[in-house]
Design a binder for this molecule. Sequence first.
Ligand code: PLP
Length: 232
Amino acid sequence: MDIADRLTEILDRINSAALRVGRNPDEIQLVAVSKTHPPEAVQEAYEAGQRIFGESRVQELLAKAPSLPSSIRWHFIGHLQANKIRKLLPVSELVHGVDSPELALDIDRVAADLGLFPRVLLEVNVSGEGTKFGFKPDVLRARIDELLALPRVQIEGLMAIPAPVADPEEVRPAFRLLRELRDEISAASGTPLPVLSMGMSGDYEIAIEEGATLVRVGTAIFGHRPKPGAEL
Ligand SMILES: *Cc1c(COP(=O)(O)O)cnc(C)c1O
């Protein structure tokens, strides 16, 4: 199977997972995670119709983007360091992993300088121990009104990277927790937070059953990443 075949199969599975739980498949977008893969692989996926690509390092995104079609929509899915915000904002359509109040405030300040209104998702630590980044649910509850009031940053929803598990079914409670937390803070703040970024190659169908609107899929499209450990 080549990249185009794999994309077709994944879009098909996304469709089926949505229909299984009575969702409209058009609510779900596929982010093709191209980190560590060369521009040629991105181009191949682009030619097969894919438009949204995810990268987790600012330098890599900036190196890749210029040689690729300008209609590609780049999503940043990694841990963002404060000193990279200025370079990232002009090229990324959505920043998935805003993982602390401080980072949100920094992004807001840089966005004001640049005259931008960046779209972001807040990353939640849904696994407790496993992941090192992300808002603890209580911190999110305590700070959400302040963050929603930021003049530049547009918070569109939540994102999570649950700790890896052997059986994808085991991750379902973490996805459900993210959706319930979104419902809760959306109701409490009176703000729609429509986007839920959750699900990767091994578990995106489960994530869709639990409400994902963005699934981030790398390996299932591009194959295994060249260097083990290069994903972070
Ligand atoms: C690498 C990465 C993915 C893609 O993981 P696969 O298992 O290759 O699909 C998704 N989300 C984030 C945040 C990543 O860093």
